[in-house]
Structure formats: C-alpha cells, structure tokens
Design a binder for this molecule. Structure first.
Ligand code: SAH
Length: 363
C-alpha cells in the first residue's frame, strides 16, 4: 500500500512517467478509495459542493420508493427481492423510499433486502447512519449482488463514472490526456496516434469536424450491460436518473464543481466534484445488446409528474407553515421545472421482457 497523503501527490507521481487519459484522471481523483474526492470530502448539501435531487426534497426518494413497490407488484410480488442502489451518496434517497414504503407498501418492504454499491468508506458510514436499524449490505461492484430478482436504482451515479475524451485530429480520433510540465503545472494534451476506443464512437459522432471532442464511457456502458444481463436472467427492472443527452453527440461536457460553482477541471485535483453528461443513447445500446426492454429516456420533470409529485407536494404543503410552504414550492420547482433540473435530467427504465410498461414511462 502506498503511503502518499494526497491524491494530488499521487497524481503527480503517476504523471512523472507520462500523460494519462482523462478517464484515468477522473478515476483517480474522484474514486481513489482513501484519497479520492468521494472518500475525503463532504460533497452534498449547502456546506458541500453540489446538491442532488434526493437532498433537495424528500418527495423524490419517496416517489422512487413507491415506484419500486409498484414494479415489484408488476413482477408478481416475489417473496424476496433485492433492492439495489448504485452510488447512494448520503443514503437519503433510500431512507425516504423505505419510510414511504413502510406506510403505503409494507409487504414490499418485508420482501425487500437492501444492497448498496459504494466505493467510498466515508459515504458508506453516512449511508449506515441513514439506514438506522434497517438492515442493508454493501458491495464494491454490481457483480457482487446476490442472485435473485432485483430492482436497481441509480441517481447521479453514471455521471461520476470515468469518460474518455477523444479529439478529432488530422490523424483520426486521438485520446485527450492530462500531462504535467517540468514546473509541475497540469495541462491537457492529445495523444499523437488514433485511439482504439474510436471504434466505439457512434457513426454520426465519428463524422464531427476536426477539433471536435467526443466522450465515451466504457465503464458506464459496462455497468448498464451488467445490469441488463442480470435483469434478463433474474427478472426485474432498473431506473437510471442522471443529467445528460438523449442522442449521442460530440462535445466536451467534463466539468468540475466546488462549493456550488464551476471550478477548473485541473485545479486542485481531488477537491472538487468531476462529472460528465451521460450519453443515454450509448446506455440504451449497451442494454439493447443484452435483450431487455428499454423505456425512455424521459425528462425528470415529466417522470416525476407522472409519478404524482404534484399530489405529494400538496400533502406536504398542507402540513407546513408559511416558510415551509415556500421552501417546498421552491424544491418541487427545482426538481421539475424545464429551466432547472426538469429537462436536463433524464430517466431511463430497463426491464426484463416479462414486465409491462414501467410506471412513469406511460404517456
Ligand atoms: N445517488 C446519490 C449520490 C450521487 S454522487 C444522490 O443522488 O445524492 C455519486 C455516488 O456514487 C457517490 O456515492 C459515490 O461515492 C459513488 N460512486 C462513484 N463512483 C463509484 C463507483 N465506481 N463504484 C461505486 N460507487 C461509486
């Protein structure tokens, strides 16, 4: 085990032997199990760097929980079901989901065992606290989830997975890399020979003009494929919610966010969140190869409205004082309005072939 104390130091050691792909940079500075951003920071909430839907309003996790209970019903209410969450952050979504199901769908709650995929030890501790007395199990990888029918939820998980950036140069699509100057400054550079990953670009993207940047996330596609395979074999459904685009397109979407503001991607590595927009069309292709039903993507605003967020907000408003009411209205607006998260965030549903249309995807 290395005894380096900061991810920045580790990065500089790595770069001493040459440039690394953007994907490797993301994997290291975000995901290093001891020194990475998710292991060492408090990413979420007002004091943190960014805020996610479950942290904005309890109705989000509640509705997702009821969505899962409904899907379990469509599956024929199996006696045992694995309820899996990918990258649960502070565990807020699951806590809200379980509370809502406890009130409205106790038999689903009795059948469900909770499984979390989380690599950050610090966030695992927060998730344990959020679960209270409710039993749950933690894993590093989706492939470790025990056998059996399953329902998988992932909110803002795929956008944290590493993306490769390819740049169209005169000699083809070449990997965008990060390098270090002799003075220790980090900078972007481009490899001088075409990348073997360029075969994975969508044909329309591959035709983009010279100088264009295109992103691919083999990791996000592999996870989606693994989920789809499990759904086909064991039965069940998955819900993937993230910000991104519905059709594959060229563009540099890699961004760093710190204290709710844009930050330079290469500045103070490991101290800011790094994400890239999710290419939902690429995820659909990965799932399609595995023989499952695909629903959407639909926008988050439409999805939440179909699930009844307006009705849920009315009952929350009834129980709130004046300040509380204003807060709730702002939260719901933030989640659903096309000018806020409503359009940018998309929801993709996957299901084994024995299931009918999943809730939220019926027009
Ligand atoms: N779903 C949460 C948190 C989103 S942030 C929310 O909506 O609030 C991304 C989450 O994914 C964090 O919990 C992070 O630690 C986890 N994560 C990132 N990369 C991961 C990986 N490769 N494997 C497992 N978990 C990962």
């Amino acid at each position: 085990m290395d005894d380096t104390h900061s991810v920045e130091k580790l990065l500089h050691q790595k770069l001493a032997s040459g440039p690394i792909p953007v994907a490797e940079y993301m994997r290291l500075v975000l995901g290093h199990p001891r020194l990475g951003y998710y292991a060492t920071r408090t990413p979420f909430g007002r004091e943190g760097d960014f805020i996610t839907a479950p942290e904005i309003c309890q109705a989000f996790g509640e509705l997702i929980g009821l969505w899962a209970a409904h899907v379990w019903g469509l599956m024929g209410a199996p006696e045992e079901i694995n309820l899996v969450e990918l990258g649960p952050g502070r565990g807020t979504l699951m806590a809200d989901a379980l509370r809502a199901c406890g009130k409205v769908a106790p038999s689903f709650l009795a059948a469900a065992s909770i499984h979390f995929i989380e690599t950050s030890p610090a966030l695992r501790d927060q998730q344990k606290r959020a679960m209270g007395d409710h039993p749950a199990l933690w894993y590093e990888k989706f492939s470790q989830i025990p056998k059996g029918p399953l329902i998988v939820i992932g909110n803002e998980f795929m956008d944290a997975l590493p993306v490769h950036q390819l740049v169209r140069t005169g000699s083809g699509w070449c990997e965008r890399q990060i390098a270090r100057s002799p003075d220790g400054d980090l900078f972007f550079t481009v490899a001088n020979k075409p990348s073997p990953l360029s075969t994975q670009l969508h044909p329309l993207v591959a035709e983009a003009a010279l100088g264009s940047v295109a992103e691919i996330s083999p990791k996000a596609c592999a996870v989606t494929g693994a989920i789809a395979n499990r759904l086909r074999i064991e039965g069940g459904a998955a819900l993937l919610i993230d910000y991104g685009y519905a059709e594959s397109a060229a563009g540099d979407t890699l961004q760093a966010v710190k204290h709710h503001r844009r930050h330079e991607v290469l500045a103070e590595p490991g101290t800011a969140d790094l994400t890239a927009h999710v290419d939902f069309a690429a995820l659909c292709r990965a799932a399609n190869n595995c023989g499952v039903k695909i629903f959407g993507p639909v926008t988050q605003g439409v999805f939440l409205e179909r699930l009844g967020i307006m009705e849920r907000s009315k009952s929350l408003l009834r129980d709130a004082d004046l300040i509380g009411r204003l807060e709730i209205e702002t939260q719901i607006e933030r989640l659903t309005s096309p000018t806020e998260m409503g359009n940018l965030f998309k929801v993709l549903g996957l299901a084994s072939n024995n299931l009918s249309v999943l809730p939220g995807f019926v027009p």
